[in-house]
Design a protein around this ligand. Structure first.
Ligand code: FEO
Length: 393
């Protein structure tokens, strides 16, 4: 546990060993579940708790600080990695009230069976006095659940936005001490968790810009003591600007698709286009998600398996469709033996994306001269589209 402002403590837990979140998201660098204790001259508030697996760490931190009374447990978000220890904290501090908005309250009752009488609900902008410190609650819906709120600690000018601006990064540093590492982790977090909510994030960013913020203390990863570092990064990621990049996830079973991918990658590089290629049999799916944040174009490379796409390519298409990147163009390359509906299947799986599909190139068996010519034509088409967007220098 660490003191980072007078009477403001970080009391959460670092999870160095966790390698998967939601049984889906890879965590190459672990994560943390940040909880903060704010001691006012009259009242004490705990902002969020921790994942249930780390309840003992949170309780140990509170006990070693000698905290014998908590008046408010502010629940910014109902997801269990922050709310899961609330029932145990309530057992230790039975007079504490859970402070949240009505949507989050309903979710906490559903998820954790917390009694109705334990709650105080707050409105957007409402303030709570702790004596010499004042909490102001700011609704920031859809980052990434509908109920999320943040807290602005007025005199200290700290904003606690829960998941918003977070990073899955286990580190012993309370504050950002290695900007490139944190940037990568925060971008990964944005790509995997926040990207589908770009429109909401834009509104929430505008809302919090009205606050005078000296620090942003999220619920995962280090605290930003230079808030512009992460705010500027988010402005870039949520903007409509795309980069002169092609993301190329692929799988090849008997080297036909691989031969096409190799040829196509060279063709794109010759045309001055940056390529991010991922062999889905070995790739970290988070790396693929990060690459989707900025790229103008995605091209999926797949063989035909049992009349459709390779299941790993279908998975990548479903993932891209769910993450809804700002990608503008897509295409498909690959091969088939005797038929199938791979193209129709993949395009159906990415129907959420507001993209233009460029003419796919599918070879019968091993690619031949006509197929390579078609790949050159596709590369020309992508370059022309990128030029229309004025993203080619
Ligand atoms: Fe970190 Fe949405 O929970």
């Amino acid at each position: 546990m660490k003191l980072f402002r007078p009477n403001v403590y970080a009391v959460g837990a670092i999870d160095w060993d966790r390698r998967l979140f939601d049984e889906l998201i890879p965590l190459p660098d672990g994560t943390s579940y940040n909880a903060y204790l704010v001691k006012g001259s009259e009242k004490t508030a705990l902002l969020d708790t921790v994942d249930p697996t780390k309840t003992d760490v949170l309780i140990g931190n509170l006990v070693s600080l000698g905290i014998d009374r908590i008046d408010y447990i502010v629940a910014h978000h109902a997801e269990q990695d922050h709310s899961g220890a609330i029932p145990d904290v309530l057992m230790l501090y039975p007079d504490a009230k859970v402070v949240t908005n009505s949507k989050c309250k309903a979710m906490l009752i559903d998820l954790l069976s917390i009694g109705e009488d334990k709650f105080i609900t707050v409105d957007d902008g409402q303030t709570f006095s702790l004596g010499d410190k004042t909490l102001q609650f700011i609704y920031i819906p859809w980052v990434h659940w509908p109920e999320t709120l943040g807290t602005y600690l007025q005199a200290d000018r700290i904003f606690f936005p829960c998941d918003f601006f977070g990073s899955h990064l286990a580190t012993s540093s309370l504050f950002v001490d290695d900007e490139p590492v944190v940037y990568e982790a925060a971008k990964r977090y944005y790509a995997e968790i926040m990207m589908p909510f770009r429109t909401h994030i834009r509104k929430n960013l505008e809302k919090i810009k009205a606050l005078q913020i000296d620090m942003i203390a999220p619920s995962h990863g280090p605290v930003y003591d230079k808030p512009s570092f992460i705010i500027d990064a988010y402005e870039d990621w949520i903007s409509d600007k795309v980069k002169n990049e092609v993301v190329l996830p692929y799988v090849s079973m008997h080297h036909s698709t691989k031969k096409m991918v190799d040829y196509f990658v060279d063709a794109l590089i010759e045309r001055g286009i940056t390529v991010r290629q991922f062999n889905l049999t070995v790739t970290d799916i988070g790396r693929l998600a990060i690459s989707l944040v900025d790229a103008a174009t995605i091209v999926l490379g797949s063989p035909t398996v049992l009349t459709g796409a390779h299941p790993k390519i279908a998975y990548a298409a479903i993932l891209a469709n769910a993450l809804r990147p700002k990608t503008k163009f897509a295409s498909i390359i690959g091969s088939y033996g005797w038929g199938g509906k791979m193209i129709e299947q993949i395009t159906g799986l990415i129907s959420n994306l507001k993209i233009e599909i460029l003419e796919p190139v599918v070879a019968k068996g091993y690619p031949k001269d006509d197929d390579f010519a078609a790949l050159d034509k596709l590369a020309d088409g992508i370059l022309a589209k990128h030029k229309e967007l004025k993203i080619v220098s």
